[in-house]
Design a protein around this ligand. Structure first.
Ligand SMILES: [Zn+2]
Length: 329
């Protein structure tokens, strides 16, 4: 274990921000119109069924970086949403935009989760999640947000192609909005999009149908040391470690246990097995500095710190874990 990874061990991030209040909900906006009944959506074309690719994930991450800041009020936010929605729809997922408003300092803020289901009619058993929004700065965060999205889009592509998973109707990929603070003055990580989805699952009585929620964030660093997640059930953490071995990435989970506030938490709080997959020390930790590392929420969060190999390793671990979860149901 590297010194870098060791120093993450004592992180305790508290959810502080209660400054944004959910005030309105709107029905999902459907991007691909589902037929009546429960017909499975079309399978992606064979030429898009290539093996998992770090280069392809890198291109996605790069395109999300090029849209600029994805903070509230910035045009990069809707541009990122369009890139994500288009890729998922092309892969054969049923994509909807889940609109909701929050009240923040006397302003109404419109947020949108991007939701992709293999079949809307089936309760979800495995939910893959990550956030596409950006921190409230003028520069685009790249490892924070886009790395997880890029991995999830690559895994999503394979899920619609692999013989073992392409006919599953109970899978969902959700790219959350509102993970990040709305303004720089806010403290904490509000998790607005994931809290909304978790509340919806709870109100519909579907929490017990969820076998696992896997959330991916900060996974592109060149030297990747995934932290084991202190919130996750031991059996799920163990399955994740076995999936890494099976995928040929024996040492990827060599980060220390960490307790991080991210989009898995609203599901953990529902009693749903949830796992956060990421390396939550991004750059050196300086005394009195950001406990998640000097590059986190800084202009240093750029492509030059990152590697397609780390995206590929994470995608292979996540895909293997999903396959194994489905096989063990
Ligand atoms: Zn962030």
């Amino acid at each position: 274990m590297s010194g870098k990874a060791r120093s993450v061990g004592g992180i305790r991030c508290q959810l502080i921000c209660a400054c944004a209040l959910l005030i309105n909900t709107a029905p999902d906006r459907l991007l691909t119109v589902p037929e009546k009944g429960t017909q499975a959506p079309p399978i992606a074309e064979p030429d898009s069924c290539a093996p998992l690719s770090g280069e392809r994930a890198w291109q996605t991450m790069d395109s999300l970086a090029r849209v600029g800041s994805r903070a509230v009020g910035k045009p990069g936010r809707s541009a990122a949403r369009a890139i994500i929605s288009e890729q998922l729809a092309q892969q054969g997922w049923r994509v909807t935009l889940d609109d909701f408003d929050v009240m923040h300092q006397d302003r109404v803020i419109a947020l949108q989760n991007v939701m992709a289901h293999s079949d809307h009619a089936e309760p979800t058993s495995i939910l893959l999640g990550g956030h596409y929004d950006g921190p409230p700065f003028d520069y685009p965060a790249v490892n924070d947000g886009p790395s997880g999205v890029a991995v999830l889009l690559e895994v999503a592509r394979r899920l619609r192609c692999s013989p073992a998973t392409r006919d599953r109707r109970d899978l969902a990929v959700v790219l959350f909005d509102g993970e990040e603070p709305i303004s720089a003055a806010d403290r904490g990580t509000p998790l607005l999009g994931s809290r909304r989805v978790a509340a919806k699952i709870r109100s519909e009585g579907l929490a017990a149908r969820l076998r696992a929620v896997l959330v991916v964030d900060l996974v592109a660093e060149r030297e990747l040391h995934l932290n084991s997640d202190e919130h996750a059930p031991k059996w799920l953490q163990r399955m994740a470690q076995l999936a890494a071995v099976e995928a040929g990435h024996h040492n990827v989970w060599d980060g220390p246990p960490a307790s991080i506030t991210n989009d898995h938490l609203p599901f953990s709080e529902l009693g749903v097995p949830a796992l956060l997959i990421g390396d939550f020390q991004y750059g050196p930790v300086q005394k009195g500095g950001n406990p998640l590392g000097a590059f986190h929420h800084s202009e240093q969060d750029r492509l030059d710190k990152l590697s397609p190999d780390s995206l590929l390793a994470t995608a292979e671990v996540v895909f293997t874990l999903v396959e194994n979860l489905l096989a063990s149901q």
